[in-house]
Design a binder for this molecule. Structure first.
Ligand SMILES: Cc1cc2nc3c(=O)[nH]c(=O)nc-3n(C[C@H](O)[C@H](O)[C@H](O)COP(=O)(O)OP(=O)(O)OC[C@H]3O[C@@H](n4cnc5c(N)ncnc54)[C@H](O)[C@@H]3O)c2cc1C
Length: 437
C-alpha cells in the first residue's frame, strides 16, 4: 500500500489513525502542536484545568470501548437568559419550560402554536432565519433563538442556508400549562442535561486515551505543515522535512488547506474564499470562591451581553478546580470583517456582561485568567457553500487528498462525529486501495 500520511491529530485524526491501526495498515502522522487533541486539549494553570472550549461528551460511539478512559456520568442544569427588558432566566430548553414565562408571553406562544398548526404543511423555508422562525414561532424566536444564533454566528440569519443543522424542537401546547414539563430530561435541561466527562478533569483525557492506543514511532509532534505539492505528491513542514504521500488525510481547516496547495487552480482558491465561519474568543477564569448560579451552562440572546454562552465546568466536574473554587468559561463570537473585536474589547465586554447577569459581580476573586482565540469556531453554510465544497473535494479527492473532521470536511460536528469522520476516511482509503489491487 502506498504511504498514508495523516496531518492533524485532533479527535478526527486520532480516530482515523486508530482505525488504520486496527486494520494493520501502516501510516505516519504529523501534528503541529506538542500534544494531540486539537480543540479537545486542556490547559492546567495553578490547580485549575481549563478545556480549550467547554467540551462535554454527549455520546460514546463504539470506538470508546477500546479506550482506557474513566468517564463520570454528569447531570446539570442549563439556563437561558431571555431577551426581555428585565433580566429573566428560565431553565433550558425553553420549549419545555413555557409555563414559567409571564402570562402575556404564554398567550402569544399559544397563538403561535395555533397558527403553526393551522398552516401545516408549511412552505419550505428559504433560509435559516425562516427555518428557525417556522420551528419556534415568532415569540420564542424573539425571546431566544434570533439573538442567540446571531451572536453565535455573527452572520445575518437570512443569509444562511435553511439546512444549517440545529436542534430546535417546536413548542407544544402541553408545555404552556406545565404538562410533561418535569420529565427527568427536561427538568435538568434538554440535550446537554446528561452527558459524560473525564473523572480526572480535563477533556484532554479523551485524546490522551486515544493516543495511548497508537504506536509512538509513527507519530510526530511539532510538525507544522507549510506546503502541499499535488504534482510531486509531497508535503513540506516548517522544519523543512519533506514526505511523499499516496493518500493524504488532512484535518486542518479547509481554507488553510487550500492556502497550502502549490499551483492551485484559480477556481479552487475562489471556492475556498466562499467558506464562511465565525471565530471565538474563549475566556477561562479560575475563581477562588464558589459561584452562586446553580446551573452549569447558560445561554444568552441578550444584546447587553456580547457573549452567547457561559459555562461553569466545576458544576459538572469538581476535579477542574481546587477545592472551594469554581471555574467559568465564556464564549464570544467575532469575525475580522463582519464583527471585529480585539482581545481587550472582548475581555471588557465579557466582564461587563458577567456583572450585568449577576454571574460575577466583582473581579476580586479571579485567581487565574486565560483568554485565547479559536479562529475557526462555528462553520456557516450560506447558499454558495455546497457548490464550493463539491468543487474543492472533487479536486482534492482525485489527487489522493481527504478532508477529515469538523474543519477538514467543513461541516458542524460534535467530537463523536469528528471521530466517525476519521473512521470513514480510513475506510475510504482502505477500499480505494483494495479496488486498485
Ligand atoms: C467552542 C467549542 C465547543 C465545543 N464543544 C463541544 C462539546 O461540548 N461536545 C462535543 O462533542 N463537541 C464539541 N465541539 C466540537 C468538537 O470540538 C469538534 O467536533 C472536534 O474536536 C473536531 O476535531 P477535529 O479533529 O475535526 O479538529 P481539530 O480538533 O481542530 O484538529 C485539527 C488538528 O490539526 C492540527 N493542525 C492545524 N494546522 C496544522 C498544520 N499546519 N500542520 C499540522 N497540524 C495542524 C491542529 O493543531 C489540530 O490538532 C466544540 C467545538 C468548539 C469550537
Amino acid at each position: 500500500m502506498s504511504e498514508i500520511i495523516l496531518i492533524g491529530l485532533g479527535a478526527s485524526g486520532l480516530a482515523c489513525a486508530m482505525e488504520l491501526q486496527q486494520h494493520g495498515i501502516a501510516f505516519t502522522a504529523f501534528e503541529k502542536e506538542p500534544v494531540p487533541g486539537g480543540l479537545t486539549r486542556s490547559e492546567r494553570v495553578d490547580g485549575f484545568t481549563f478545556d480549550y472550549g467547554p467540551h462535554i461528551i454527549l455520546d460514546t460511539p463504539k470506538l470508546f470501548d477500546r479506550l482506557s478512559l474513566d468517564l463520570e456520568d454528569c447531570a446539570c442544569q442549563s439556563t437561558i437568559f431571555l431577551n426581555t427588558a428585565k433580566i429573566l432566566s428560565i431553565p433550558s430548553p425553553i420549549q419545555h419550560h413555557l409555563h414559567l414565562l409571564p402570562l402575556a408571553q404564554r398567550i402569544r406562544i399559544f397563538s403561535d402554536i395555533l397558527r403553526r398548526n393551522a398552516n401545516q404543511p408549511s412552505l419550505k423555508p428559504n433560509n435559516f432565519h425562516e427555518h428557525i422562525l417556522a420551528q419556534s414561532g415568532k415569540t420564542l424566536f424573539g425571546l431566544f433563538f434570533e439573538g442567540y444564533e446571531s451572536k453565535r454566528l455573527r452572520f445575518p440569519l437570512t443569509g444562511i442556508d435553511a439546512s444549517m443543522p440545529n436542534r430546535i424542537q417546536p413548542p407544544a401546547l402541553a408545555h404552556l400549562f406545565g404538562v410533561g414539563a418535569m420529565t427527568a430530561q427536561s427538568a435538568c435541561g434538554g440535550h446537554d442535561a446528561r452527558f459524560k466527562y473525564p473523572r480526572a478533569g480535563g477533556i484532554d483525557n479523551l485524546p490522551n486515551a486515544m493516543m495511548a492506543t497508537l504506536p509512538n514511532g509513527q507519530i510526530h509532534f511539532q510538525h507544522v505543515l507549510t506546503e502541499i505539492d499535488l504534482q510531486k505528491k509531497q508535503v513540506t513542514f516548517a522544519n523543512r522535512r519533506q514526505v511523499f504521500f499516496g493518500h493524504l488525510v488532512l484535518s486542518l481547516p479547509l481554507p488553510e488547506i487550500i492556502l497550502l496547495l502549490k499551483n492551485v487552480p484559480k477556481a479552487i482558491t475562489e471556492a475556498a474564499e466562499q467558506l464562511v465561519y465565525s471565530s471565538l474568543y474563549i475566556l477561562n477564569l479560575g475563581i477562588d470562591e464558589p459561584l452562586s448560579p446553580p446551573w452549569a451552562i447558560g445561554r444568552t440572546p441578550r444584546q447587553d451581553t456580547d457573549f452567547y454562552r457561559v459555562t461553569i465546568p466545576t458544576h459538572y466536574s469538581k476535579a477542574c478546580a481546587p477545592s472551594g473554587s469554581d471555574s467559568l468559561t465564556v464564549e464570544v463570537a467575532h469575525h475580522e470583517q463582519r464583527y471585529p473585536l480585539s482581545e481587550q474589547e472582548a475581555r471588557q465586554r465579557i466582564y461587563a456582561g458577567l456583572k450585568q447577569l449577576d454571574i460575577l459581580t466583582s473581579p476580586d476573586h479571579i485567581a487565574v485568567e486565560w483568554l485565547h482565540n479559536v479562529r475557526y469556531g462555528h462553520i456557516i453554510y450560506n447558499h454558495k457553500t455546497r457548490a464550493a465544497l463539491e468543487l474543492i473535494f472533487s479536486y482534492l479527492n482525485e489527487n489522493g487528498v481527504y478532508g477529515c473532521g469538523k474543519y477538514g470536511e467543513w461541516r458542524d460536528m460534535l467530537m463523536s462525529h469528528a471521530m466517525q469522520s476519521g473512521i470513514n476516511t480510513a475506510q475510504q482509503i482502505i477500499s480505494a486501495t483494495a479496488a486498485k489491487k
